[in-house]
Design a protein around this ligand. Structure first.
Ligand code: FES
Ligand code: FES
Length: 162
């Protein structure tokens, strides 16, 4: 008898379904079952933040959740940031300020910054640093990422985060 369970959730505004063993991590379900490989897997221990996504409006490390726990939830992944063929202002700002090198941390950085700006649309540098400390970057030294987040904050309408 198969232990796989059907999981139905909303990802980036679309209803998606797939199957998962009870022990399957949410990040692996997203990547392997739904083909959403934008969310990266680094440490699998909740340390690096590369797997950060939004679940029901809150930033969560998707390596620390099981797929079955996300059944019925609303998710936003990095694939959901761009809309209508246009990059999200955070993505534009990362591009303009050279806020990525290898790009491994970038999906987690973007979703963490997205979450920050939804809660605090005009963060100061300390607040940006505090939020971004949840994600490890081995390439950039963070300064360009901080600049990018400040720049995106100036462009985003305060009430929507989009
Ligand atoms: S892969 Fe999830 S925190 Fe590192
Ligand atoms: S850009 Fe390489 S880890 Fe951040």
């Amino acid at each position: 008898m198969s232990l796989r369970r059907k999981i139905r959730l909303e990802v980036n505004g679309e209803t998606r379904e797939g199957w998962a063993e009870p022990r399957k991590l949410l990040v692996d379900f997203l990547r392997e079952e739904l083909g959403l490989t934008g969310t990266h897997v680094g440490c699998e221990h909740g340390i690096c933040g590369a797997c950060t996504i939004l679940i029901n409006g809150e930033a969560v490390r998707s390596c620390l959740m099981l797929a079955v726990q996300a059944d019925g939830a609303e998710l936003i992944t990095v694939e959901g940031l761009a809309a209508g063929g246009k990059l999200h202002p955070l993505q534009e700002a990362f591009r303009e300020h050279h806020a990525l090198q290898c790009g491994f941390c970038t999906p987690g950085m973007l979703l963490t910054a997205y979450d920050l700006l939804r809660v605090n649309p005009s963060p100061n540098e300390e607040e940006i640093r505090e939020a971004l400390s949840a994600v490890l970057c081995r390439c950039t030294g963070y300064l360009t990422i901080i600049k990018a987040v400040r720049s995106a904050a100036r462009r985003l309408p305060a009430d929507t985060g989009k």
